[in-house]
Design a protein around this ligand. Structure first.
Ligand SMILES: C[S@@+](CC[C@H](N)C(=O)[O-])C[C@H]1O[C@@H](n2cnc3c(N)ncnc32)[C@H](O)[C@@H]1O
Length: 185
């Protein structure tokens, strides 16, 4: 990460609770995973002010595999803040911003992601998964934040993904709890 991105990341961490950002540890983990996994098309559901977006876009840039991130946010104001943050970091070429309801955008998705990061409405996680699970290719990775902090709200999603034999999954003991799943077939 260059010094501008580090400064902006540090600034955003000061308002982490206001914008419901992932933890620094979770950001580091996702960044490393992108660099070792050769992903090309990342989909983020829940942009907020662009903290995780920054980390994902920066990892794609550093990985050097021509990867791209598409990120979805319902609120225009938050998306504008995220756009500004990504522009300041010089990462705009790596990110496409989509504004609207995640379920509508997922139902009409015009590309196939090989990594999905779920971090929007916790009660909708199961619907995001149901819209994506058949379309994702073998080797695709799903990450979902807050599976420990919001365990009750995501219980149906966790049951569904754990009972789907096409997916191998594990809850990682990062702050808030991060589910990682790999599509096997
Ligand atoms: C937990 S925050 C995302 C934080 C961000 N991933 C980060 O770590 O920097 C969740 C975001 O998802 C957005 N959101 C919630 N429900 C949504 C929906 N149904 N469609 C699109 N965006 C949604 C909220 O407005 C909020 O900004």
């Amino acid at each position: 990460m260059d010094s501008i991105a580090i400064n902006i990341s540090n600034e955003l961490e000061k308002t982490q609770h206001e914008f419901w950002n992932i933890s620094h540890q979770t950001a580091e983990f996702i960044s490393m995973l992108i660099k070792i996994s050769n992903v090309k098309n990342v989909l983020e559901i829940g942009t907020s002010n662009g903290y995780s977006t920054l980390w994902i876009a920066d990892a794609l840039k550093q990985a050097g595999f021509s990867g791209h991130l598409t990120t979805i946010e319902f609120y225009e104001k938050r998306q504008c803040i995220a756009r500004e943050n990504i522009e300041k970091c010089g990462l705009s070429d790596y990110v496409t911003f989509r504004q609207g309801r995640a379920l509508d955008i997922l139902a009409n998705l015009d590309f196939i992601p090989d990594m999905v990061f779920i971090d929007a409405n916790k009660s909708e996680y199961i619907q995001y998964f149901n819209l994506l699970k058949d379309k994702l290719p073998k080797g695709a990775i799903i990450l979902a934040d807050n599976v420990i902090s919001h365990a009750a709200k995501v219980a149906d999603f966790l049951d569904e993904i754990k009972n789907d034999i096409r997916y191998q999954s594990q809850v990682l003991d990062l702050p808030a709890g991060l589910l990682m799943a790999l599509k096997l077939i």
